[in-house]
Design a protein around this ligand. Structure first.
Ligand code: SAH
Length: 387
């Protein structure tokens, strides 16, 4: 089932009515810019269905500039390994994909790549890998965090993206020096989640993990995939409401991209029309999330760039304020393909840094070098002392 089919089936009235009524659009945009969280479910759906995307993106970008300035924060991503215990139907590094060459970086390699991010003034590093739960893995990560914290202190933010873990493990990593955690809920709709995962993958555990991370004091991020088969505009509006209900600090979401070695992606053809549709929906989600949440950090994710050479810049101009350049050594990148057509596989980290700098300058923004780039939503709420 295609997303377009699902949506046009369920929202035909909404789409027609909003595209004809310009002043209603303007009223809604003005209302959303006034204060966060003031839109109903129907209004969120209406914004997501806007055909006048220029006005939508412009409003979200204006709001972003007003609240966060014309600057972009960076986080270098280190893809530490692709060994994964999970078997998600959409993901290229799922356990059941025999065509992946599995790898795991050494402790020294991870620390070296994080050090490079620090020296290059990225302000923050994200450690990401497949999902593993074991004492050996916990200690491995703990040692890495300590070593990064030794040179970076609290002015260099350590972000983890290592999946579901026990409260005890999250606490140990926090105590070792981690600051932030990213755990995407993938979709806020439990029924859709169940269709995208084997029966032993639990939506409620993932939700509980997010609550634990917040309670422990992590700057907490989550997000969803956009344009999943079977996903409706109602689902996406609910996702945005979920971000607010969970009081999240950071949002990392991107278009779903089929991978041919996965049950979900096997039969989807990556046509130009499909790519354009996924990109547009991904950008709309960024814009509406900015308009509804206001002061959170929102990433212009790499998945946008897989769909369009300038996808990430378009994400920034639709209200995102964070970019996550790849800081993994080139030789490993090919084996960390969550989706196909992943960009920058042949580039080295230095080239990615230069390329990004020019891309940001070209749209009239500048990179905030060497600062942590905390989510204002987090610091405004003073959940933890600001460093
Ligand atoms: N294992 C970690 C992080 C690695 S996967 C975790 O569970 O948090 C990081 C993210 O990549 C996932 O949360 C998912 O949202 C995204 N992803 C995986 N497969 C994808 C695909 N085919 N298209 C788009 N995004 C995908």
């Amino acid at each position: 089932m295609s997303l377009e089919k699902t949506i046009s089936h369920e929202q035909p009235f909404l789409m027609n009515s909003v595209s004809r009524n310009t002043s209603a659009e303007e009223t809604l945009l003005a209302k959303s810019m006034e204060s966060p969280g003031c839109l109903t479910h129907e209004e969120l759906c209406a914004l997501l269905a806007f055909e006048n995307t220029d006005a939508l993106f412009e409003a979200a970008y204006r709001l972003k500039c007003r609240l966060l300035g014309r600057k972009v924060a960076l986080r270098g991503i280190v893809e530490m390994g692709n060994v994964c215990a999970k078997d998600c139907y959409y993901c290229g590094i799922r356990r059941g994909n025999p065509n992946v060459k599995r790898y795991q970086l050494s402790e020294d390699d991870v620390v070296r790549m994080a050090r490079w991010c620090y020296d290059m003034e990225y302000g923050s590093v994200v450690l990401q890998s497949g999902e593993l739960e074991s004492e050996a893995h916990t200690e491995f990560i703990e040692r890495i965090i300590r070593r990064i914290h030794d040179f970076g202190g609290d002015s260099f933010s350590i972000t983890l993206s290592l999946g579901e873990q026990s409260e005890e493990v999250y606490r140990r990593w926090l105590e070792a020096g981690a600051h932030r955690y990213l755990l995407r809920i993938e979709t806020s709709n439990p029924a859709l989640y169940a269709k995208l995962h084997p029966a032993d993958h639990s939506h409620s555990r993932r939700m509980e993990c997010l609550r634990v991370l917040k309670r422990l004091g992590y700057q907490t991020g989550s997000g969803v995939m956009i344009g999943l088969p079977g996903q409706t505009l109602d689902d996406l509006a609910d996702d945005i409401a979920f971000f607010r209900d969970m009081d999240l600090d950071m949002i990392g979401m991107g278009p779903y991209l089929p991978h041919r070695d996965t049950p979900l992606g096997r039969d989807i053809e990556l046509t130009l029309e499909y790519a354009a549709k996924q990109l547009k929906l991904g950008l709309k989600m960024i814009a509406v999330t900015r308009l509804y949440l206001h002061d959170v950090n929102i990433a212009a994710t790499t998945a946008l760039q897989a769909l369009d050479e300038r996808g990430r810049e378009q994400g920034l101009l639709a209200g995102a304020n964070v970019m996550m350049p790849n800081a993994t050594d080139t030789e490993y990148r090919r084996n960390y393909q969550l989706y196909e057509n992943k960009p920058c596989l042949d580039e080295n980290s230095r080239k990615c840094r230069n390329c990004l700098n020019w891309r940001v300058i070209a749209i009239g923004e500048r990179i905030a070098w060497g600062v942590r780039g905390d989510s204002p939503h987090f610091t405004n709420n003073h959940r933890r002392p600001i460093i």
